[in-house]
Structures are given as C-alpha cells and as structure tokens.
Ligand binder design. Structure first.
Ligand SMILES: C[S@@+](CC[C@H](N)C(=O)[O-])C[C@H]1O[C@@H](n2cnc3c(N)ncnc32)[C@H](O)[C@@H]1O
Length: 257
C-alpha cells in the first residue's frame, strides 16, 4: 500500500535543503541535557524519514534506531547512512508508529518535524503513545514538535508556492490547504512539478492530513499513556511559552509509569 511521503520522498531532501538540521540537532541535544534525568545513549526516532537529524546525532555519539512507514524514505536514509559510514550507529525499521515493536528499551524517544500531526485521531495517538511508553525506560523523555491550535486558528493556512533550484534541477511545489476545524486537521494538497531545461518532466500529487493540537488535549493524552508533560515551549526556543503567534511548538514529556 502506498503511504504518504512515498511519492514525495524523491524530492524531500531537495525541498528541505534550506532546513537547518545542524542548528535543530543542537537544540535537541540541549533539550536532552536540560530535561533528561537519565543519561541518554540510545534514541528511538519515529518518523525518521531520510535521517537528516539522526546522521548528525549519530556522529555526535548517540546510537539511533529509526522507524518509518515509508520504504522510499527509508531507502534514502539507508543510502545516507552507508555513504556517511554510520551503519554501526543507526538501525532502521520499516513500521507504522501505531503498531511497531522493538526488543530494546531506549533512553529517549523523538518524533521530529511534526510527525505527531500525522497521528490525526485520538485512537491513532493513543496507540503510538502506548508503543512509545513500552519502548522507553522509566524517567526517559519523549519529545516532539507540532502545530499549535491557537496559532493555526489565528493565522490560518494559506495556499503557497515554493521554488527550489539546484544545479540543473528546478522544483515547484504548490501547497493548497483546507482547514477541518471540527477535527483539528489541515488537509494539505501538494503538487510537485519537476522541471528540467524549462520543461516539466514529472508531476507528483500527494494529500497529507495533519492535525494541530491544544496543550490540554496533549497533556490529557500524554497522562493517559503514562507520561507527564514536563515542558511546553516554542520549537528552537524552549523557554518561551506557546502563544497564538507561533505555529511551531515543542513538547517534552517524561515516562512516569
Ligand atoms: C515530515 S517527514 C519528517 C521526516 C524526518 N523526521 C525529518 O525531520 O526530515 C514525516 C515522516 O513521518 C513518517 N510517518 C508519518 N506517519 C507515520 C506513521 N504512522 N508511522 C511511521 N512513520 C510515519 C513519514 O513516512 C515521513 O517520513
């Protein structure tokens, strides 16, 4: 069965070539240092995609297991891991976050770049959190970034066009968004035109459903699955509390039972 990102994956690293994974990885290390009561050596990354965070974390000494449901994203990740000689530091598993099993217990678990938004129903998120709880050591932290409801409702999504030029290649990504306010979900339709010598040589379409969250609902669902929310801040600025002026927030939770 085709998963979201299966078609998108081909262009993923090109589209996000401007995303500062190095700076964001530093932020992750700061979060671990500040909030983990236990020493973090191994990390489980759910929705690892093409492993842009994980390769940096591995070079900085962490052992990583990455899980993703998209085989095409994992193939690109494996290529990167092989090229960067990180085979003994990063292990990949193809699985859905709602029903994966791992035989190890991890010091920390992460879902980075709005993966939690892809768990669009309460039932989905309950299953994912239950699995994460089973994979994490007691007092281990689980952290993630996500979209914040008050900000999404104040500054509603608009249609966008992004153009990326790299050597001979040009990509035009059109994003059309529709808000489903009763479900706290944004339906995002991506159309990607891949252009060579001024000619569209490939056209790809994919629809993503992404949920946005309020703090009380996250707190409730984390508590019901054995976690305490220990910090809610802005993504890349953990000490500033979430506000309606910023979509991207960051949550740190700790496994308490
Ligand atoms: C926005 S990408 C983020 C990838 C990567 N973490 C990054 O920062 O570049 C979302 C990833 O989550 C994966 N994903 C979405 N839902 C998933 C699920 N239920 N189980 C496993 N992976 C999932 C997708 O396949 C995709 O690779």
């Amino acid at each position: 069965m085709k998963q979201v990102f299966d078609k998108y994956s081909k262009y993923y690293d090109l589209i996000y070539q401007g995303k500062d994974y190095k700076k964001e990885e530093k932020f992750i290390e700061e979060v671990i240092k500040k909030f983990s009561p236990i020493k973090v050596e191994n990390i489980l990354s759910i929705g690892c995609g093409t492993c842009s965070y994980e390769t940096i974390l591995a070079k900085n000494g962490f052992k990583i297991t990455g899980i993703d449901q998209s085989q095409t994203m994992l193939d690109l990740a494996q290529k990167k891991i092989n090229e960067q000689k990180l085979k003994n530091k990063i292990k990949l598993i193809k699985a859905d976050a709602r029903n994966f099993r791992v035989d190890e217990k991890f010091d920390a678990v992460m879902e980075m770049f709005n993966i939690i938004g892809y768990h669009t129903t309460n039932d989905d998120l309950n299953k994912v959190l239950n699995n994460i709880n089973k994979s994490l050591k007691i007092n281990g932290i689980f952290f993630f970034d996500c979209w914040y409801l008050p900000a999404v409702l104040k500054d509603r999504p608009t249609d966008k066009i992004k153009e990326i030029q790299s050597e001979e290649k040009r990509i035009i990504r059109k994003t059309q968004s529709r808000l489903h306010v009763k479900k706290n979900v944004i339906e995002i339709k991506f159309t990607i035109d891949y252009i060579e010598k001024n000619k569209v040589v490939e056209k790809t379409k994919e629809i993503h459903l992404v949920r946005y969250w309020s703090l009380p609902e996250l707190e409730y669902i984390l508590n019901s699955n054995g976690f305490n929310m220990v910090k809610a801040g802005n993504f890349l600025d953990i000490n500033t509390p979430p506000s309606e002026n910023n979509w991207d927030i960051f949550i740190v939770a700790k496994k308490v039972k």
